[in-house]
Ligand binder design. Structure first.
Ligand SMILES: [Zn+2]
Length: 325
């Protein structure tokens, strides 16, 4: 009897959902699922559900799990597979041995990777930076994550912390960031930062269109709604997105000077706001790029959408296990 085909498991732990996928040797997704995280049940319950879901998909695919990777939206110890802290996830995710616990349930080692590095890994392996030697990745969402591809490999650095694009400082006396520093780009251009600045303007009675779109309920403001107001010509919404884009452009100019990437890949929900934000970012970046030939650098949207996280986690597990996807 021949051995079942090898499958590469990727799991993407998110605040709302856990995404699971099995990739074949060519990197194509053969099984996928999304289940609610229900983080309030606690880390152990979430990990047990993850393992059960992975095994269910494996049985449906009729293969064997040859490698596994888990993307985590927080701090991890890549050498031990321990989740150090995930501040934005309900439940207590401090010093959780996620890798070993999943490995025991699945019968293969499970390698952890930060979710933004997983995004970079996916876009480098199967997405918008495929074939690139050097690339920069950023994800614009609730936070701003990033990754760097150097000579075909994701750069991890000390503690796997390389690529934290969101914490490049664009104003040393500026707004306080969640990390404790002042003036990180994340404090200006993350989804919550855009919403907070838009709502400040609504509260002060600046914006009429935005107030109409949310029907006066500030809890209804999203980056997408701010983008819609901007498209409809609302001056305040345009200013909010231009300023976020300007801060991103400053950070990007610095990152480009350091890395000189062939391609910059931008993903995440806030990137979808596009338009004014993207334009302002590119213009600012161009203005501040002097030592690098900006015309040779492509700045492009991500190609893989919401599945980048699972694809990257699977690619990381496969690479660590020595099996390329
Ligand atoms: Zn910060």
């Amino acid at each position: 009897m021949s051995e079942p085909p090898p499958l590469h498991l990727g799991i993407d732990l998110g605040g709302t959902n856990v995404k699971t996928a099995l990739l074949d040797a060519a990197g194509a997704i053969v099984e996928r699922s999304v289940i609610p995280t229900q983080g309030h049940d606690g880390a152990e319950a979430v990990l047990d559900r993850m393992a059960a879901e992975a095994l269910r998909l494996r049985d449906r695919a009729g293969g064997r799990i040859a490698s596994a990777g888990l993307g985590v939206p927080g701090m991890i110890d890549m050498s031990t597979g321990i989740v150090i802290d995930v501040p934005n996830l309900p439940g207590h995710w401090v010093d959780v041995p996620a890798g070993p616990r999943l490995a025991a349930a699945l019968g293969v080692p499970v390698d952890l990777i930060n979710d933004a590095r997983a995004f970079g890994m996916a876009e480098a392996t199967h997405g918008a930076a495929r074939g690139a030697d050097t690339a920069l990745f950023m994800t614009l969402g609730t936070g701003i994550g990033g990754a760097v591809l150097a000579h075909g490999r994701i750069l991890f650095g000390v503690g796997g912390a390389a690529g934290e694009f969101g914490h490049l400082i664009v104003d040393p006396n500026g707004l306080r960031c969640g990390c404790g520093a002042r003036g990180c780009v994340e404090a200006y251009a993350s989804g919550p930062a855009i919403v907070s600045e838009a709502n400040r303007r609504v509260r002060q009675g600046f914006t009429t269109r935005l107030a109409d779109l949310i029907d006066g309920d500030l809890s209804g403001t999203t980056p997408e709604i701010v983008a819609q107001a901007a498209r409809e010509g609302d001056a305040d919404a345009i200013e909010v997105l231009s300023e976020a884009g300007r801060m991103l452009g400053l950070a990007l100019a610095g990152a480009i000077a350091l890395i000189a990437p062939e391609v910059v890949v931008i993903g995440g929900g806030v990137a979808g706001a596009g338009g004014v934000l993207w334009q302002s970012m590119e213009e600012t970046c161009r203005t501040h790029c002097h030592v690098t030939d900006i015309d040779r650098i492509r700045i492009v949207p991500a190609a893989l959408g919401y599945e980048a996280g699972v694809i990257g986690a699977a690619a990381w597990g496969a690479r660590t296990a020595g099996e390329a996807t």
